[in-house]
Design a protein around this ligand. Structure first.
Ligand SMILES: N[C@@H](CCC(=O)N[C@@H](CS)C(=O)NCC(=O)O)C(=O)O
Length: 225
């Protein structure tokens, strides 16, 4: 359902590469929260200044994403998702049950601050044709822990799934870039994880982001694997 009240702008990076921007974007699009996009191209001149030039954003860290709302700015993917859950309580962005909500936040916190081996070795690259590359022990250990968390969530089959706590929510949005990473770099995963990844990648919001990423002109050596 479209939300008529919102007057939000997401300051964000290029869709093909900006994994942090992808999180609030896919959540808002999936939940039907109306927003404008303001693109700051990754690695362009004075990136931080371009981000901070937005109204109300003079004090932010200078990275993307930033959410602008009513002349104020919220920065950082996790904080933006929390803000959206507060602002749109009817959207069910976190599980309703207090313990399930806490567990979803635990998982979201883990991906926000951890899995550095996987995140640095396998950059999000939406349009990359899946290709096999060698994976380090660190990458495999991170992938195993991600799969362990997913399996624990999916075994509960909350509300019949198919997402981590039933309906697609903030925790799924936090893991969305990892879905791309595991997919395009052909990290071997269990059938349970594969089914979850396929469900995420089949979302209309994912497909919209994917299609737009394929149209973008920017490419960077840094992301070649
Ligand atoms: N912890 C931040 C990280 C944001 C981040 O690293 N964004 C990258 C783009 S995906 C960025 O702005 N890079 C440009 C820079 O750091 O100058 C979040 O959760 O949003």
């Amino acid at each position: 359902m479209e939300n008529a009240v919102a007057d939000l702008t997401l300051v964000m990076g290029n869709k093909n590469f900006s994994s942090w921007s992808f999180r609030p974007w896919i959540m808002m699009r999936h939940a039907g929260i109306t927003f404008e996009e303001s693109l700051v191209v990754l690695y362009s001149d004075n990136f931080k200044g371009q981000v901070r030039r937005h109204p109300g954003a003079g004090h932010v860290a200078g990275q993307v994403p930033v959410l602008l709302d009513g002349g104020e700015a919220v920065w950082g993917s996790f904080a933006i998702l929390e803000y959206l859950a507060d602002k749109f309580p009817d959207k069910g962005l976190w599980p309703e049950d207090i313990m399930m909500r806490a567990k979803a936040r635990s998982g979201a916190g883990e991906i926000h601050s951890g899995f550095t081996a996987l995140r640095s070795a396998l950059p999000m690259n939406i349009r990359l044709e899946p290709k096999q590359i060698p994976h380090s022990d660190g990458v495999m250990a991170d992938a195993a822990r991600i799969e362990e968390f997913w399996a624990e969530c999916l075994a509960r089959n909350l509300d019949g799934g198919p997402f981590l706590f039933g309906a697609f929510g903030n925790v799924d949005a936090m893991y969305a870039p990892v879905v791309n990473r595991l997919h395009v770099y052909k990290v071997p995963v269990s059938p349970i994880s594969r089914a979850y990844m396929d469900a995420v990648m089949a979302l209309p919001a994912w497909r919209e982001w994917d299609a737009a990423a394929r149209e973008e002109p920017w490419d960077y050596e840094l992301y070649i694997r």
